[in-house]
Design a protein around this ligand. Structure first.
Ligand code: SAH
Ligand code: SF4
Ligand code: F3S
Length: 448
């Protein structure tokens, strides 16, 4: 009888991801942590031994999806498979998940992913708990540092987690905990490793990425760094040609970061800077710590150093107390900014947030009507921005084959999808492309 088993038995894990890029990144890291245990990823839950649902709690609709998905996973359970719920619903409603969905083997919050291998082993032995939702961000960053496998030419890199802003509509401060910055040396090491694996573009991620601050890298002099300094530092890494960051808060948009858009050519001309609303009374009730005017001045400052920059944002309509006049202020702000792209949502009342208990909740049909008007305007603006690229030559980073034969799909500096008939040898290359046409969701270009 053998007592040791060197190679772990082959198993399959299926991860389904909802929510923001932070979750996309976390899912990738979870599968990375499971690889040494013998887990290969599979696209379908049907053939998985382990299913992880990486969930989002931001709006009610997002949160409810996990329960309908769990209903569909009966087969996994019948085959003796394991079901885990991760992400922000796990963090916010762990006990409720267990009550509503007893088929779930364990619930794991975003701060506990580094413990995943240990939890899986315990679950297999039948000695696991079923709720892992303590906050322990530092340890998580440490455990995630090593041995990352890059996929493709563009990669996310988490540099900051959590949020201290407590906007009154938002669950993130409760699901992700306080703001923590990863240190510059750890980030640099990860980006170097990615560059060695062929990555050309990195997107620095954080719930409030521009709140990033940290001690300078070992050997560098000076005081604590902000994101602008980190960007400039990472730009010196050979092989990395494009840097992006998301998501930013207006409060943390400092001069150093704004200046970097004008001075660091590797920092791409795209800024996602959510404002949420255009009326100061509503912004105050949202606890946003900025006014419509201060936001517009920031956009002006960014455009002064990088006139072609694509501005993106997030908007909420129907926050409690938003009357018709306040909504018109949002429309006016949008007209003044001219967004290249912008997400917009109906306010969703989230349990435990101050907004949920506020008077003057806006009726659903009013929210729908406002959202429709806002989205019509935002769509127009997006198409106008896209059409303005026609005839220009843009540098495109080719990331993957397109849908049609002989076609490649890439990204413009402004984060637009561009498809081009081009040889596969150009994958991973940054190539000048003349834009010929702006479609509803992408641009078409030709090699010059
Ligand atoms: N930290 C980021 C993103 C947070 S979540 C930021 O501050 O910009 C992404 C977007 O979801 C928010 O910008 C907001 O527009 C939206 N959102 C958050 N809570 C919401 C709620 N309760 N109802 C509707 N939209 C919400
Ligand atoms: Fe939520 Fe506001 Fe924090 Fe963004 S800044 S994550 S909207 S609380
Ligand atoms: Fe959703 Fe959590 Fe991201 S609530 S938006 S997955 S931080």
């Amino acid at each position: 009888m053998s007592t040791t088993e060197k190679t772990p038995e082959k198993k399959r894990v299926h991860v389904k991801t909802w929510g923001c890029q932070m979750n996309v990144y976390d899912s990738e890291r979870m599968t990375g942590l499971l690889k040494p245990l013998g887990y290969e990823t599979t696209e379908t839950p049907e053939e998985a031994d382990l299913v992880i649902l990486n969930t989002c709690h931001i709006r009610e609709k997002a949160a409810e999806k996990v329960y309908s998905e769990l209903g569909r996973l009966k087969d996994v359970k019948a085959r003796g498979g394991t079901i885990a719920v991760a992400g922000c619903v796990a963090q916010a409603e762990g006990a409720e998940i267990q009550a509503r969905a007893p088929q779930v083997d364990f619930v794991i919050g975003p701060q506990s992913y580094h413990k995943l291998p240990e939890i899986i082993a315990k679950t297999a032995r039948g000695t696991g708990e079923n709720l892992y939702t303590e906050f322990d961000v530092d340890e998580k960053f440490d455990a995630l540092e090593e041995g990352r496998q890059a996929e493709g030419y563009s990669a996310f890199v988490t540099v900051q987690e959590g949020c201290d802003k407590f906007c009154t509509f938002c669950v993130v401060p409760y699901t992700r905990g306080a703001e923590v910055s990863r240190n510059a040396d750890a980030v640099t090491l990860e980006v170097r490793q990615l560059a060695q694996q062929g990555v050309r573009e990195i997107t620095l991620l954080g719930q409030n990425v521009n709140a990033w601050h940290g001690a300078p890298p070992v050997g560098a002099s000076g005081e604590a760094w902000g994101l602008g300094e980190l960007v400039r530092h990472l730009a010196r890494i050979d092989g990395i040609d494009r840097i992006r960051f998301t998501t930013s808060h207006p409060k943390d948009m400092d001069d150093g970061l704004i200046a970097a858009f004008g001075e660091e050519p590797k920092l791409m001309p795209y800024l996602h800077l959510p404002v949420q609303a255009g009326n100061d009374r509503v912004l105050k009730a949202m606890n946003r710590a900025h006014t419509a005017e201060s936001y517009l001045r920031q956009i002006e400052a960014v455009r002064a150093v990088r006139p072609d920059i694509a501005i993106s944002g997030d908007m909420i309509v129907g926050f409690p107390g938003e009357d018709d006049a306040a909504f018109e202020d949002t429309m006016a702000l949008v007209r003044e900014v001219g967004y290249a792209s912008c997400f917009s949502f109906k306010y969703s009342r989230r349990p435990g947030t101050p907004g949920a208990a506020m008077p003057k909740q806006v009726p659903e049909d009013v929210k729908s009507e406002r959202l429709q008007r806002l989205q019509a305007l935002l769509n127009e603006q997006r198409h106008a921005f896209d059409r303005a690229q026609v005839g220009r030559t843009l540098d495109i980073l080719f990331e993957k084959p397109g849908r049609l034969d002989g076609q490649l799909l890439g990204k413009s500096p402004y984060l637009q999808s561009v498809h081009v008939i081009a040889p596969e040898s150009l994958l991973g290359q940054i190539v000048p492309i003349r834009i010929e046409e702006a479609g509803p969701n992408s641009l078409r270009g030709v090699l010059v």
